[in-house]
Design a protein around this ligand. Structure first.
Ligand code: GTP
Ligand code: MG
Ligand code: ZN
Length: 351
C-alpha cells in the first residue's frame, strides 16, 4: 500500500517538509484511544505515542493528533512501535465545541473528504440536529452527505415524507438505506471512492458500525441493540479509520450525546453557581443579564462584587451554547452582533 492510497497528496507533501527528519517517516493516525495512537503507513499499523517535546509544545488540545491526521513518525523496536513528533496541517476537519469555562473544541477527525451525517428513520430522525451537523461539516470544509438508516422499519410513505423534509432542510446528497435488507447499498458503494476518507457521524444506535460491517461483508466490529425508544448503548468507544478492500476509508465514531453546547445550559449554570444566586434577584425571571433593567448580575459587576471577567466568560459560554442551536445563517449574523456586544460591554465597564 502506498501513502497515496491512504489519501496522501501534494498538498500534504508541500506542508510536511518542516516536520520531517531524515530518519523519520510519514503515517496516518488510524485510531486514538485516550492518549495512545495507532498509525498507519505503507507497511501496516503501528502503536504510537506522542513525543514529549511535541506534547509540551501543544497549547491547545485541538492540536493533538486526531484520527485522520498525517504525522511525522520515528520508528523503534524494528518498526514495532513509533513516536509521533509532528502533526501536519489539516486540509479539512470535523470538530465540536466542548463545555467548560474556556470554551474549546474537541477534534473528531481530520482530513475528511465527506461526512456521512447519519440519522435513523426510526426514532432518531431530527431535522434540527441534522442542521447542527451540517454546520459542523461546513465549519471544517467537509462535504456533507445525509444518510437515513433503518428504512426497513418504516413504510414507503413515511420514508418519502422524511426525504422531503431533509430535501428542504439541506442542500446535501441524501442516501436512504437499510443494513438489514441491503437496500440503498448499491448507491452507497458507488459513492465511495478509493483513496477518499469518509467519517460517519450520528447518535448512538443509528447503525454506523452495522453499516461498516455490511460493507466489509463480515461482523468485524461490535454492534448492540437499541432500547425500545431507539436509544443506543454507546457501543463504539473509539474513533478509528478502516480501509475497505475497494480502497475507500471509513472512520467510525462513538455516537454523540450532544452537539456543541446546545442543551448544556444546566452544565453552565452549575459552573456559575454565584451567578445563579444573583440572578434570583433580577427583576425579570427570564433575565439574560445583558440590557434588562433591574439586573442584579450587572449590578454586582458594577459594584465590583462579581468580576467582569467572570461575567463575560459566563455570557460568552451561554452565547456559544445558544449558538449551536441556530441555523447556519443565524449563526453568522449573531456572531457579528456578539462581537459588537462584547466591545460595548468592555467600553461601558471602563468608563
Ligand atoms: N432494523 C434495522 N436495524 C439496524 C439497522 N442498522 C443497524 N441496526 C441495529 O441497530 C442497533 C445499533 O447499531 P450499531 O451499528 O451498533 O449503532 P452505532 O451507530 O454504531 O452505535 P454506537 O456505536 O453506540 O454509536 C443494532 O442492534 C443493529 O443491528 C437497519 O438498517 N435496520
Ligand atoms: Mg458503533
Ligand atoms: Zn439579570
Amino acid at each position: 500500500m502506498k501513502l497515496n492510497d491512504l489519501g496522501f497528496d501534494e498538498w500534504f507533501e508541500e506542508h510536511s517538509a518542516r516536520f520531517l527528519r531524515e530518519d523519520g517517516g510519514i503515517a496516518r493516525v488510524s485510531a486514538v484511544d485516550r492518549g495512545s495512537y495507532l498509525i498507519r503507513n505503507e507497511a501496516g499499523e503501528v502503536q504510537a505515542e506522542l513525543a514529549g517535546k511535541l506534547y509540551h509544545q501543544i497549547e491547545n488540545p485541538a492540536d493533538l493528533p486526531c484520527v485522520g491526521d498525517w504525522v511525522a513518525a520515528q520508528y523503534y523496536d524494528n518498526d514495532a512501535s513509533a513516536v509521533i513528533h509532528g502533526v501536519f496541517p489539516r486540509k479539512t476537519f470535523l470538530r465540536r465545541r466542548t463545555a467548560g469555562e474556556n470554551v474549546d473544541f474537541q477534534m473528531i477527525a481530520a482530513n475528511i473528504d465527506a461526512a456521512f451525517i447519519i440519522q435513523s428513520c426510526h426514532f432518531d430522525f431530527n431535522p434540527r440536529r441534522l442542521d447542527r451537523y451540517l454546520v459542523m461539516a461546513a465549519d471544517g470544509g467537509v462535504e456533507p452527505i445525509v444518510m437515513l438508516t433503518k428504512t426497513d422499519l418504516i413504510t414507503r410513505d413515511e420514508l418519502e415524507q422524511k426525504l422531503a423534509i431533509v430535501g428542504s432542510a439541506a442542500k446535501a446528497r441524501v442516501i436512504a438505506l437499510s443494513s438489514i435488507t441491503g437496500s440503498g447499498f448499491d448507491e452507497l458503494r458507488q459513492t465511495l471512492c478509493p483513496g477518499k476518507t469518509y467519517c460517519l457521524l450520528g447518535s448512538s444506535g443509528v447503525g454506523k458500525t452495522t453499516l461498516i460491517n455490511r460493507l466489509m461483508g463480515e461482523e468485524a466490529f461490535d454492534t448492540k441493540p437499541v432500547s425500545g425508544t431507539g436509544e443506543g448503548t454507546h457501543t463504539t468507544s473509539r474513533r478509528q479509520l478502516i480501509v475497505l478492500d475497494q480502497g475507500a476509508m471509513l472512520i467510525d465514531t462513538p455516537g454523540m450525546r450532544e452537539l456543541g453546547l446546545a442543551g448544556a445550559d444546566d452544565g453552565i449554570d452549575a459552573g456559575f453557581a454565584d451567578l445563579a444566586g444573583l440572578s434570583a434577584q433580577c427583576r425579570y425571571a427570564d433575565c439574560r443579564h445583558e440590557h434588562e433593567p433591574g439586573c442584579a448580575v450587572r449590578a454586582a459587576v458594577e459594584s465590583g462584587e462579581l468580576s467582569e471577567d467572570r461575567y463575560l466568560s459566563y455570557i460568552k459560554l451561554r452565547k456559544e451554547s445558544d449558538f449551536y442551536g441556530m441555523s447556519y445563517l443565524d449563526k453568522r449574523r449573531k456572531d457579528r452582533a456578539f462581537g459588537r456586544f462584547i466591545k460595548s460591554v468592555k467600553k461601558h465597564m471602563k468608563d
